[in-house]
Design a protein around this ligand. Structure first.
Ligand code: ADP
Length: 178
């Protein structure tokens, strides 16, 4: 089984054991994928998030998935893009690593990510995809869990950029090109 995949879709419809939410530090919902996840999970998700008292940028916290098919939501606030000189790459890498650590600790086998920080938070996709893929692949190389991770892009254009980055850095031969 391929441990990593890039696909186009709506993460709220994911059948992974856990989906990751590109949250904000309040964890109280927002726009974009965050709002979509809260709408699909139902009001119980907001209640569960309230009890967590927020989350720092680059860290991650777990809740149940409630009405989602996913059993869990891993919430991680991404960095707001401020030109790249404010520690954004390290914070973005930390989001992916922290979310995967939470998954591994809870024995979660399959995790789907959205493209963190690349919507309202304005992180340019080429740079974000490089950071995201490196963080995910570094983690998978040194851990058995999760067994499978997918990047669920909302648009074909975003997926094309992730595939390009994959092909540049990770496709060891022609057969591995996405
Ligand atoms: P951020 O505030 O971290 O930038 P956004 O939700 O604004 O978060 O955007 C993050 C990414 O999630 C964007 O690339 C956006 O296209 C994508 N996105 C929005 N809705 C969905 C969804 N339902 N499923 C998957 N990705 C989504």
């Amino acid at each position: 089984m391929n441990r990593f995949e890039i696909l186009v879709g709506d993460i709220t419809q994911s059948d992974a054991e856990a989906i990751v939410n590109a949250a904000n530090t309040s964890l109280l919902g927002g726009s974009g994928v965050d709002g979509a996840i809260h709408r699909a999970a139902g009001p119980e998700l907001l209640e569960a998030c309230r009890a967590l008292h927020g989350c720092e940028t680059g860290k991650a916290k777990l809740t149940p998935g409630f009405r989602l098919a996913a059993h869990y939501v891993i919430h991680t606030p991404g960095p707001i893009w401020q030109g790249g000189g404010m520690g954004e790459p390290a914070l973005l890498a930390s989001c992916y690593k922290s979310a995967l650590e939470v998954a591994a600790v809870h024995g979660i086998r399959t995790v789907d990510f959205p493209s963190i920080s690349t919507g309202v938070y304005g992180y340019p996709l080429p740079q974000a995809s490089t950071v995201a893929l490196k963080a995910i692949m570094d983690f998978l190389r040194s851990h058995d869990l999760p067994q499978r991770v997918r990047m669920v892009c909302h648009t074909e254009q975003a997926a094309a950029i992730y595939r390009q980055t994959w092909n540049l850095w990770y496709a060891e031969d022609k057969d591995m090109r996405l």
